[in-house]
Write a protein that binds this ligand. Sequence first.
Ligand SMILES: Nc1ncnc2c1ncn2[C@@H]1O[C@H](COP(=O)(O)OP(=O)(O)OP(=O)(O)O)[C@@H](O)[C@H]1O
Length: 505
Amino acid sequence: MDCASTPWERVRQRLREEIGEEKFTSWFARMDLDALTGDTIRLSVPTRFLKSWIQDNYLPRIADIWAEESGARRRVDLSVRNAFARPVALKASAPREVVTERPETRGPQARQPDGRAQDSRAQDARAEARPADARPDSARSAEGRSEGRESAIVGDVASGSPLDPRLTFESFVVGKSNSLAFAAARQVAEAASGTAPIFNPLYLHAAVGLGKTHLLQAVARAGALHGRRTTYLTAERFMYGFVAALKSHSAIAFKDTLRTIDTLVIDDLQFLKGNNLQQEFCHTLNALLDGGRQVVVAADCVPGDLEHLDERVRSRLAGGLVVELGPLEEDLRLEILKARYQTLTELHRGFTVPAPVLEFLARCVGQSGRDLDGALNKLLAFNQLTGEPVTLEMAENAVKDLIRPTDPKRVRVDDILRVVAKHYNVTRADLLSQRRTATVVKPRQIAMYLAKTLTLRSLPEIGRRFGGRDHTTVLHAVRKIDGLVSSDRALAEEIEVLKRLVLEA
Ligand SMILES: Nc1ncnc2c1ncn2[C@@H]1O[C@H](COP(=O)(O)OP(=O)(O)OP(=O)(O)O)[C@@H](O)[C@H]1O
């Protein structure tokens, strides 16, 4: 099979090598190449937060690498996917626009004596279970009521981030790797309003594209349908909401609104940054948990690894039920593909994908649900644009940029310890010991770095496997080697050799 890489893949690969797997996954894994038009490369990311960070830090670098890899310099245009769904109200810099854009239609019964939009909360919770642009007129006009900046911002935050109507429990395919997360999410969403939560907070974590957002949005939707006042917020939207509320002196109303809902669902918590915002999140979390309200959180790591969060928040998050969604196994990938294919055929009559092609995709395409979606979309595009029927040969060609170069090998910490010990002529016991001589410290730090970059293990887990060390020691080692790799070419090459040896072990 031809697996020659495209310029875009090479750009991604070089970025990955330059900044390391972990940073790459956090910042670039969800950046897609949408189009190449004239002299422009059009890229997109799912959130404004990612966009502004990449724009500030990496756009010129991406343009440079593209020029080197493709031989042609192009302008890079980065946009936010699904930007349509984001209400203007949460633009922190433009709260006034909200007021002027909204018609004056609010009825007197909708306001409480304290000036807050109490009556509209249940309605907001129900309405937020629909995508923003699919809401009925009544909900849209409720959104459109002008009552000053304060309640506009508060109301928008209460109605949460938009939900994708496709992300439901019914469309979530359950397998070994995600069954516990699914069962816990369902239990939380379907608990009757007012009953004491059992798993609180429920904390889901997984690598990119393994279904966290899908489950969280399903919780938000089903919770609202079961009469729970539920708000789904990305961490990014929580931050914008709070900053906007501070700017318009409505922070108290903002906090009150969040603290009176039944279920707060926060996605992508790893992106919550900033001391004030962190403290605000901490207070909201405590208030909700102490008040017996349900909190559901998703992030890309265990609570202990959310280094920017206060220790107390991490320990409160860890104190409920923490569940990992594991990598999608091949059977599960096939079931997801079948379900997606079924949906596509309802929309595109005549689009036929033979079973062996679905099996090929399940076996060879990347590990995340997003790769599976991308593969089927590519087949559809090829089929619709060229009229060529989908065959194994056509599929191999159409999705070659999504094929995993090799089957991912599950790297074991033991293999890393053995390879590193042999390479540096020390013993495995030395690596696990408390000895602090330079001949042992550096190999140990390199081994920790490899454990973090080549396995899915968390920092605390790695610490335990390295003689019961604290996760901060591992973090220090990972950062140190990460820093050295970017400045010390010889070390970078040595680490590449070690990686190969570990992968071949
Ligand atoms: N078990 C599953 N059943 C059905 N679809 C799934 C499943 N797991 C993932 N997907 C699909 O894969 C895509 C990516 O999933 P999702 O956005 O939930 O990932 P995520 O874990 O939140 O990733 P990220 O960390 O990048 O936000 C979505 O289209 C989702 O519907």
